[in-house]
Design a protein around this ligand. Structure first.
Ligand SMILES: [Ca+2]
Ligand SMILES: [Ca+2]
Length: 479
């Protein structure tokens, strides 16, 4: 109850972090022990540059400044904080005077100013370049490419920065019939002792030691691939993990299942590399987008908050907004829903936890072009239904006749459906306990509290939504 009161106080208004002319895109956020730092790509001038701004937990912001610029465009920055420096990574469309894709990193001092001499770039970037703070060093997890004319092979690599210089500690092996081998490294997360990287070969532990033979530790999967619907023959073709955070020494991750498009899982991985919960928490984000940068997660105050970019409506009426999920540290789903946003569209969320509160940042076009907005929060506020424009066939509000029930619950939709659908009822672990078919033209059904197998469900909290997820989820308590 105490936490609830606190959240009422601190859930606050949107902070306009940067509303400069032109578009501001791809924000990322980190916490340096005293304040949040937000970076983004800024298009106010002729080229995309990287800008940075400092945001305090009180909501106070400092004037954004250009952090680093070279000839050409700098895009999609990521930032992590070290003890007295930051590591910033970016993509670029120039390598010296040549117009070819490159990626790089630069160290920033404690005021957010670039230490120019540390900048390193690699030509032919082919994938993410992700900074991770380990114990003493920054790690860079990246996928490079080579232009061989017809072939465009890629190679996943992990390095540790030593005074700004790149020390390679892992090259991900791939198809040995191709040189360089086809492989990639998606990202990594530090658990306080070791760096867990996920690559096209699987997951691998690395140490924060400049000299190491990474292949002392073998590649592995925390769970049997089949449990997440992964086909071992095609395992490297789906992003296995889309967002990670850490709860003490436990790693929390949201990843892709391959049961169906847009199926996600949430899992906790212990020090041994295996899951510490019996089954992962499964999500179905319906028609939501889920590319690499659109999902974010952070842990703080005993809960995980994850936000994903969500697509509503059918082409060409599609609109982007944010969908949030809160998960308790014991892996129960607390809430989920459309996050209250502005009158325009919202996309590209990033979240970080500070000392007492989270900072969620995103891109928002309420003023006619894209700007960076943020919100200091303890808990997510939901609008109930997306305020973004949607086509009539998707405009549904789901209602129940009571929030607390024992025998019978009336579930109704705001307008008749054009196609048959299913009402899905899930428990707090995200498991589907019952699906009720609703024929086209019908608007209501009764749930008698039983499971699909006909047995009675246990007392507790349940979430009800149409299977296509074009409406908000309703939370009920059964006793
Ligand atoms: Ca909106
Ligand atoms: Ca703008």
């Amino acid at each position: 109850m105490f936490l609830f009161v606190l959240s009422l106080i601190t859930n606050s208004v949107d902070i306009p972090i940067c509303t400069a002319p032109g578009d501001q895109l791809y924000p990322d956020v980190c916490w340096d022990g005293e304040a949040f730092w937000v970076v983004w790509q800024d298009g106010r001038d002729d080229y995309w540059e990287i800008y940075i701004s400092k945001i305090y937990e009180s909501g106070q912001t400092e004037e954004p400044k250009s952090v680093y610029s070279i000839e050409g465009n700098l895009t999609e920055p990521l930032i992590v904080s070290g003890s007295d420096t930051f590591c910033l990574t970016f993509h670029s469309d120039k390598w010296d005077t040549m117009s070819i894709p490159a990626s790089g990193y630069v160290l920033l001092d404690s005021t957010g100013s670039a230490l120019e001499s540390t900048c390193r770039k690699r030509i032919y970037d082919a994938g993410p370049i992700v900074p991770v703070m380990c114990k003493d060093h920054f790690a860079i997890v990246a996928t490079w490419g080579w232009d061989y004319g017809i072939e465009f092979p890629t190679e996943g690599e992990v390095g540790l920065l030593n005074e700004g210089s790149f020390n390679r500690i892992l090259v991900v092996p791939g198809d040995t019939t191709i040189f360089p081998c086809m492989s990639f490294a998606e990202s990594g997360v530090w658990n306080g002792e070791r760096l867990l990287c996920y690559t096209s070969e699987g997951f691998i532990w690395l140490r924060d030691t400049l000299e190491q033979d990474p292949h002392n530790d073998e590649y592995f999967y925390p769970r049997e691939p089949a449990e997440l619907g992964w086909d071992p023959d095609y395992i490297s073709e789906v992003p296995l993990v889309v967002a990670t955070t850490r709860m003490d020494t436990v790693i929390a991750m949201i990843g892709r299942c391959d049961f169906e498009e847009n199926a996600f899982y949430f899992d906790l991985i212990g020090k041994q590399g295996s899951p510490i919960i019996e089954t992962p928490l499964f999500f179905n984000y319906g028609s939501f987008l889920n590319w690499y940068r659109s999902t974010t997660i952070a842990y703080g105050n005993g809960r995980f908050i994850s936000v994903v970019e969500a697509k509503t409506g059918e082409f060409p009426m599609t609109a982007l907004s944010l969908w949030g999920v809160e998960i308790d540290s014991d892996v129960t789903l607390l809430t989920e829903g459309d996050i209250t946003g502005g009158p325009g569209q919202e996309m590209q969320p990033a979240i970080s936890f500070g000392e007492n509160h989270f900072l969620l940042v995103w891109v928002d076009n309420r003023n006619g072009n894209w700007d960076i907005y943020g919100r200091i929060l303890d808990s997510l506020e939901y609008s109930g239904i997306s305020e973004s424009p949607v086509t009539p066939s998707n405009q549904q509000v789901i209602k129940v006749d009571k929030q607390v029930f024992s025998n019978e619950l009336l579930i109704s939709l705001s307008s008749p459906l054009q196609n048959d659908t299913e009402i899905e009822i899930r428990d707090v672990a995200g498991r589907t306990v019952r699906e009720i078919r609703l024929d086209a033209g019908k608007t209501s059904c009764i749930w008698d509290g039983s499971t699909s197998e006909g047995s009675l469900t246990e007392s507790g909290v349940y979430f009800i939504s149409p299977k296509n997820k074009s409406s908000k989820t309703v939370k009920v308590v059964k006793f």
